[in-house]
Design a protein around this ligand. Structure first.
Ligand SMILES: N[C@@H](CCC(=O)N[C@@H](CS)C(=O)NCC(=O)O)C(=O)O
Length: 208
């Protein structure tokens, strides 16, 4: 059986759970990372030298880390030529750039707000730093809001793996108790994602 190593409250683990569920691929998830530890154990380090989650382990022993790479690998293996991962190279590059956009543009301000408001006790929060990160995060989400004025999904008319990395983070954005700029297209896309059971059940629960 394929194994997915990683705690379920990690945004990067959520991405891989979401796609495994979308594609109805069998897997066993094992809790590691965060409070579960084990990521510094020798057997885990042999699979993932970064001591991070997620790690995918195929039945034949092949292992893979980096969540967005895992998405591309699973999509190429099980959904190539479908709207989720089309064959056309330019369509793929369009998907790729939004996946990278999550890593390069959303992760830093999104992580600062999430860690500040969700994982830091109220008395220890650096509120000015969190407020600055909220403004920055709102600005970058507005880029996607403007893009979504013309597209139902991140990479065009269809749901693709471009929706997954940003999709796990947009739930957090709409769940934070903060002031947000008006982003009607972003909200409509988030509502479209919420209609998908794999997203609703695995990526849109209470933040922890
Ligand atoms: N670029 C990596 C980042 C992985 C990452 O930052 N994982 C976090 C959880 S979201 C982690 O492993 N934190 C330490 C831990 O959970 O023990 C990816 O996308 O897979």
């Amino acid at each position: 059986m394929r194994k997915l190593w990683g705690r379920a409250n990690s945004s990067n683990v959520m991405k891989t759970i979401w796609l495994l569920e979308e594609l109805a691929l069998p897997y066993e998830r094992i809790d590691v990372g965060g409070a579960y530890g084990r990521t510094h154990d020798a057997d885990y380090l042999a699979m993932n030298p970064n001591s991070m989650v997620p790690t995918l382990q195929e039945e034949n022993g092949f292992t893979l880390w980096e969540s967005n790479v895992i998405l591309r690998y699973l999509a190429a293996a099980h959904a190539a030529g479908t709207p989720i991962w089309p064959e056309d190279l330019q369509a793929r590059a369009n998907i790729d750039r939004w996946m990278d956009w999550q890593q390069t543009t959303i992760t830093a301000p999104g992580g600062a707000v999430f860690t500040g408001l969700v994982r830091t006790p109220a008395a220890q929060r650096d509120m000015p730093a969190i407020a600055a990160a909220v403004v920055k995060l709102g600005d970058v989400w507005s880029i996607l809001d403007r893009h979504l004025a013309k597209h139902a999904y991140v990479a065009g008319p269809d749901f693709t793996i471009a929706d997954i990395p940003v999709g796990v983070h947009v739930h957090r954005w709409f769940s934070f108790d903060v002031e947000r700029p008006a982003q009607p297209n972003l909200r409509a896309w988030y509502d479209r994602l919420l209609a998908r059971p794999a997203y609703r059940d695995h990526c849109a629960g209470p933040m922890s």
